[in-house]
Design a protein around this ligand. Structure first.
Ligand SMILES: [Fe+2]
Ligand SMILES: [Fe+2]
Length: 474
């Protein structure tokens, strides 16, 4: 399980025994570094960052913390240990041995799944590349960089699979992952949410809360895969993903804490007064939440999808926590409820569950997301405020599936184009909201100091104090 760091590419997959693969990856490595230099964290080259690096994949001792220049970070290939007896536990191949190689008939679909997942990893680094210039503290700057290097490693995880198991096409896809760019007009990233901007730190915290959580659910579904190397690599990625969601959840909590403090000090809920005091008003936070939530639930895909059925039945992608479910794990003849518009109103209808597995995963994500919004509301409750954040309706602001193009209010009421236009600025962040939040951004780089719109964290990283020098500038 230990990771070999004496190799050019750290790994726990005996890369040295596979010369062809080693050569292919060593050829890809300089292109990765060029990509990092070109579109990775801006102006960060000389920074020494207090980062954690994986040393082994067992849950106890996998992380070591030290100062690292990010472009010297030891990106590598880390798989969870193999279980020689592992069986496929869902779909038409249930009970057969898990695959150590890619079956010919599933090759195209598996490649597509791996490329789509792989594409999101560098995309988020690109989306976040300017944020280091406006960090609200050294603590936050370090967390941003930790997320960035780990998304880079997730790219390595997918590139390993492409290069080891998909021959020439895999090598081409690995190259293309470094060529597409988030938001690029001609060669954008594959999925919509990964072409949106992450313009400020409130957006970053919402992104890491919601969109990295999409990552968690996708990875968890892939961790069930019959293709064992994919299952093992995504299991290890999930342990890294947990930190990304922590950054988002605690980040928004700290923003709320500061906002509540200002509201209590001024005894006001007037957004203009809250803003004048340099905090972010709750309405703006709610609108950011509405945006990131709706854009992220689109990532799960169309509510009815024959691809989703094929991926499940052929064993490529399971459900979240497939092993804990007590049904037959084949799902033929079962149904699931999806939404559609009937007579101008949203209504549920039953459809074959296999075709609705995107919706099943989306609903699992929604449950998990709403639980965290509840924890955010505890911050408001503790501060004695009556206001609460809420998740918008599943049909709000959707661009994918049966709900795309239907105008629905955050409460779930179908509305006219006119009402949508009139209310859009109450429901989604407006240019004025973005401009206001941008006006608060500015680097705070003295250890232990925090920007005025965010409270300090309760504790530091790896038991260090909050005023620890998490980033040293060269
Ligand atoms: Fe990731
Ligand atoms: Fe992530």
């Amino acid at each position: 399980m230990a990771i070999d760091y004496t190799q050019k590419i750290p790994n726990n997959v005996n890369l040295a025994d596979d010369r062809t693969l080693q050569r292919a990856l060593e050829q890809w490595q300089p292109n990765f570094i060029t990509w990092w230099d070109d579109v990775g964290p801006e102006n960060s080259r000389n920074n020494e960052v207090y980062l954690r690096t994986a040393t082994s994949v067992d849950p106890q001792g996998w992380a070591v913390f030290d100062y690292v220049k990010m472009r010297d970070y030891r990106w590598g290939i880390f798989l969870n240990p193999a279980d020689a007896e592992r069986q496929i536990h869902f779909g038409d191949h249930k009970g057969e041995k898990a695959w150590q190689d890619v079956p010919g008939e599933h090759r195209a679909n598996l490649r597509r799944i791996i490329v789509t997942q792989g594409d999101t990893e560098p995309a988020s680094v690109e989306q976040q590349r300017h944020l280091g210039l406006t960090a609200p503290s050294l603590y936050d700057l370090r967390n941003l960089f930790q997320v960035n290097v780990e998304e880079g490693r997730h790219l390595w995880a997918m590139v390993y699979l492409l290069q080891k198991f998909f021959g020439r096409d895999g090598r081409e896809e690995a190259g293309a992952l470094l060529e597409r760019t988030s938001g690029d007009a001609n060669n954008p990233r594959i999925l919509g949410a990964f072409n949106e901007k992450t313009p400020d730190w409130l957006a970053f915290f919402m992104f890491t809360y919601f969109t990295d959580r999409d990552g968690k659910f996708q990875l968890a579904a892939l961790a069930e895969s019959a293709f064992d190397p994919l299952a093992r690599t995504t299991k290890f990625m999930l342990t890294e993903e947990a930190h990304h969601m922590f950054v988002g959840e605690s980040g928004v909590s700290r923003v709320l804490q500061r906002t509540a403090q200002v509201m209590n000090e001024l005894k006001t809920d007037d957004p203009a007064l809250v803003r004048a005091a340099g905090a972010i008003d709750l309405g703006t936070i709610q609108r950011y939440l509405n945006f990131h939530y709706s854009v992220t639930i689109d990532l799960f895909g169309a509510d009815q999808s024959s691809n989703a059925a094929t991926f499940y039945s052929s064993g490529l992608k399971g459900r979240f926590e497939e092993g804990k479910r007590t049904d037959d794990h084949v799902l033929k003849g079962q149904t699931y409820k999806v939404l559609e518009v009937q007579n101008g109103q949203l209504a549920e209808k039953d459809v074959p569950m296999l075709n609705a597995l995107n919706e099943v995963l989306r609903d699992d994500f929604i449950k998990d997301s709403i639980a965290g919004i509840g924890r955010w509301n505890k911050v408001l409750e503790k501060a004695g405020l009556a206001q609460r954040l809420v998740a918008p309706h599943k049909a709000f602001n959707r661009k994918i599936g049966a709900l795309a193009g239907i105008r629905v209010s955050p409460e779930g009421r179908v509305v006219s184009d006119g009402e949508w236009k009139a209310k859009e600025r109450e429901w989604l962040p407006s240019p004025a909201d973005f401009a206001f939040v941008a006006s608060l951004m500015g680097p705070v780089l003295e250890p232990g100091k925090f920007a005025g719109w965010i409270a300090p964290p309760a504790m530091g990283i790896n038991k260090n104090p909050v005023d620890f020098e998490y980033v040293r500038f060269g």
